[in-house]
Design a protein around this ligand. Sequence first.
Ligand SMILES: Nc1ncnc2c1ncn2[C@@H]1O[C@H](COP(=O)(O)OP(=O)(O)OP(=O)(O)O)[C@@H](O)[C@H]1O
Ligand SMILES: [Mg+2]
Length: 251
Amino acid sequence: MIVATAGQKGGTGKTSTAISLASGLALQGKKVLVVDIDSQANASKVLIKDYINKIKRGNSICVTILDRKPLQIRKTKVKNLDIVPSHILLSNTDVELTTARDHREARLKKELDKIKSKYDFIFIDCPPALSWLTLNAFTAADQVLAVISPGYFELDSIVQLGKTIEEVREYFNPKLALLGFLFVMSDPTVNSRTSLQILRQTYTSQVLKTVIPRNTDLRDAHFNKTTVFEYAPQSKSALAYKKLIKEVFNG
Ligand SMILES: Nc1ncnc2c1ncn2[C@@H]1O[C@H](COP(=O)(O)OP(=O)(O)OP(=O)(O)O)[C@@H](O)[C@H]1O
Ligand SMILES: [Mg+2]
């Protein structure tokens, strides 16, 4: 199953969710791949030892998206978890793809199709924009996991994400499904409570039951370049992501 963690807003918890779901499933013994298609390369920097020295443009996702070459897969610090790392030069994508004459939305799908049978789960970590990169992710994916944090602008961005999913279904990937809306960084404030209430009223059954709390252990784990399951396995965020895995993937 290929899942894209997406959302138009920046800093909502997309990457944290991709890392936590991927590493949580890998710890359960599943074969998992993370494809990092954000030029910020946040997931790559957490999961790859010595990212700065080891990853250059030539062994990153750039070669697939920009040069139409096979995926550069490497192992991570976590057992059973592989990654296709990102690189800052991926930020040229929208400019470079403007004049492309191939099916530029399907460059990732074309290469992922060749290797996807090796994995139980593949997570594509999207950038915070509905760009050619996100279109590549949605064209390759089976499911979109929309990551929503509290706030008016965050809720507002869902409409645009919904339109993009519709467009991709119409033009590129008719089977693309919405895995659900995941509410993250929940805390005891009125703003957070109201946001979740509005989300549930508006999107009802599409909102996942599991809510991820705002929790500094998750932030600290990534600051220390590790996953929350290794850093603080009993923390609120680790337990919440485990619950989410059960809700969504273990049925
Ligand atoms: N549940 C949480 N509790 C506390 N902090 C969190 C939580 N989830 C994410 N964070 C922190 O919030 C910041 C943004 O998270 P993250 O990088 O996952 O978001 P993103 O949506 O991928 O951002 P971008 O749009 O830049 O790619 C990070 O510093 C991260 O450690
Ligand atoms: Mg991110």
